[in-house]
Design a protein around this ligand. Structure first.
Ligand code: ADP
Length: 605
């Protein structure tokens, strides 16, 4: 075999092999468009190599012209795929320049087929043999076709287009790629352009070897694509390692991690996430299945957070019904990823907080017990003091009443003495009244601390305290407080006590009536320039009009185990703060009750 055939066949074989390697990459991953353009470019180079071989072995002008015409079709594919590769690989290049190059190259096909014998010659008179690589090859003897300027303009502009795109890639930081692909493309394209100009304008009697120059470009592109594959493989390895490290850390912290593809509706969950939600290892998880595991009372809130992302991050605490029975409290945090303003992915982690929640509930129970014991002890002290102080005037009243009865039994009762006895009774009664008043004012003073405090923070604290209890009693607690509410002056602990009392009364009322909507709304607002109003409204049965004032009386209760002291103590405390506590009937539901109190911004006058 001759050298020329061997070299050109090898060029074609190398290009076809590279095309065969990269074409399937695009078939499998349609986003890998540089691989498609690269394989097109390699195939066009191979085709060009065959055309050049045919030209070199052509024995007649007609055969030479036919091979040259076909070669221009290969050059058209080569130019188009070159532009496509540069644009998709560098993500750069001016579109108008790309269209101009493509347009000129396409337009040049018309004179190629319709004028002269090919784009480059109006006629080829003969072919003559010259010695090339140790053998004789044919070159044409003919007159240049001026239409070939069209093709040459396309070639020059292609070089400008590549140089411009490579420069953008270089400036962006893709220096290696810009140098390897841009540098090689410009060098070999210029070499090719100079060569064809010398040949076709009759300056150099040598055969066309564009495919050899094009091979240089193909090799540079193949090198760069292989580097990318290598980098991707390294990245996959690093990613796997980092994923393993993260999984290990998450498992050590007993956290579950998960990823949700919102577009495709798929869900990936780590083994720990499956255990936390009670899913089997092989069970398919989707949003619906996940929400079904969430406790019915928390489902709406969790569903809303997961399906209507308003912020990129979210946090939720909720209960999960376990398949084996019982519930588990989970805390979940996650982040949404948006593309073009639409959420496409969500990732997050969740952990078991059952022990913390149980601790909170236990704390709340203890707090209730302490509050209860406190009330009982206040009651006890009150009762003992009352018994002690009132015993004496009551005894005197009794004795005076007995004396009056005896006097009335006499035939002529002494009216003056009777008047004196009745006056004594009135005095003793007033004394007893004074004792009770003193007790009340003692209770009122009750070591009230006067400090500026934020009502908003107070409500949040109380809500945190009662929330577990409310959850256990299936009552939804809603707290509404504007953050810019001015501060009030008061005693944090006492005001907490009042709010706890009002909220637990509301929950008792909801329980008692087995209300369908179970909701308590605690709302703070600015009442006027001097005071803030806090309303605790429930969806219970409400308070009958006849009892609206009675409920504040000491010892008034309608509950089997009630003491009837909560509201009277609360009223004393609010009045000690310079505020007012009252009830009305506009509850959180059509029927519910509303207990409202005011607190002055500056404390009691
Ligand atoms: P107790 O809770 O021990 O009964 P309170 O003084 O706190 O004592 O309440 C007195 C009574 O007021 C309650 O027994 C109940 O009848 C009535 N009451 C209080 N809050 C409400 C409410 N939110 N809805 C209906 N009734 C209420």
């Amino acid at each position: 075999m001759s050298w020329v055939t061997a070299v050109w066949a090898m060029v074609a074989a190398a290009c076809l092999t590279l095309a065969a390697v990269h074409f399937p990459v695009w078939v499998k991953d349609r986003t890998a468009r540089p691989s498609l353009f690269f394989s097109m470019l390699a195939m066009a180079t191979a085709a060009l190599a065959f055309c050049e071989l045919a030209m070199m072995h052509a024995q007649t002008p007609a055969k030479y012209a036919a091979a040259l015409r076909s070669g221009h079709v290969a050059v058209w594919v080569l130019t188009v795929s070159f532009i496509g590769f540069v644009q998709t690989y560098f993500k750069a290049g001016r579109p108008w320049l790309a269209w101009l190059v493509g347009g000129l190259r396409t337009a040049s096909l018309i004179p190629n087929f319709l004028t002269g014998v090919a784009l480059n010659y109006t006629d080829i008179g003969s072919v003559r043999g010259i010695s090339f690589l140790g053998e004789t090859v044919s070159i044409p003897v003919g007159s240049p076709n001026p239409w070939m300027l069209l093709g040459q303009a396309a070639n020059f502009l292609l070089v400008v287009f590549i140089a411009d795109a490579s420069l953008s890639a270089w400036r962006r930081g893709d220096k290696t790629a810009a140098l390897a692909i841009g540098g090689a493309s410009i060098f070999f394209s210029l070499a090719g352009i100079v060569q064809v100009m010398l040949i076709f304008w009759g300056a150099a009697p040598i055969p066309i070897t564009i495919s050899i120059f094009s091979l240089g470009v193909v090799v540079a592109m193949a090198y760069q694509l292989s580097r990318n594959v290598l980098n991707a493989a390294r990245l996959v390895k690093d990613l796997r390692e980092s994923e393993e490290r993260m999984t290990l850390a998450a498992e050590a912290a007993n956290l579950g991690i998960w990823m949700r593809d919102i577009e495709h509706g798929t869900f990936w969950a780590s083994p720990n996430t499956r255990t936390l939600f009670g899913f089997a290892a092989t069970e398919t998880i989707d949003l619906h299945a996940l929400l079904l595991r969430v406790h019915a009372d928390d489902r709406d809130a969790v569903g809303r957070k997961l399906s209507e992302p308003v912020k990129d991050r979210y946090q939720a605490e909720f209960r999960v019904n376990l398949p084996e029975g019982g519930i588990r409290w989970l805390s979940a945090q996650g982040r949404f990823e948006f593309e073009a303003g639409k959420p496409v992915r969500a990732r997050g982690a969740c952990g078991d907080i059952t022990r913390r929640k149980e601790g909170e509930q236990e704390m709340l129970r203890l707090r209730h017990e302490i509050a209860h014991a406190g009330r009982v002890s206040v009651m006890g002290q009150l009762a003992a003091a009352l018994a002690h102080e009132i015993n004496q005037p009551l005894g005197a009243i009794l004795r005076n009443a007995e004396a009056a009865t005896l006097l009335l039994d006499a035939n002529h009762p002494d009216r003056d003495e009777l008047r004196a006895i009745v006056q004594d009774i009135v005095h003793d009664d007033q004394r007893a009244g004074a004792v009770i008043d003193r007790m009340r004012s003692m209770l009122r003073r009750n070591d009230i601390e006067r400090r500026p405090l934020s009502v908003d923070a107070l409500l949040v604290e109380v809500a945190a305290l009662v929330r577990p209890d409310a959850a256990a009693r299936h009552v939804r607690l809603v707290v509404e407080a504007p953050e810019d509410l001015p501060q009030v002056v008061g005693d944090r602990v006492h005001l907490q006590q009042v709010l706890l009392n009002l909220i637990s009364n509301g929950m008792d009322a909801i329980d008692e009536a087995a209300a369908r909507h179970r909701k308590i709304v605690v709302k703070a607002s600015l009442r006027d320039a001097q005071s803030v109003e806090v309303a605790v409204c429930d969806s219970g049965p409400g308070i009958p009009a006849s009892r609206i004032d009675l409920i504040f009386e000491s010892f008034f209760t309608t509950k089997a185990c009630g003491m009837g002291m909560g509201l009277s103590i609360s009223r004393s405390l609010i009045e000690a703060h310079g505020g007012r506590l009252w009830a009305d009937r506009n509850g959180a539901d059509a029927n519910g009750a509303c207990l409202r109190f005011t607190l002055p911004l500056t404390g009691p006058a």
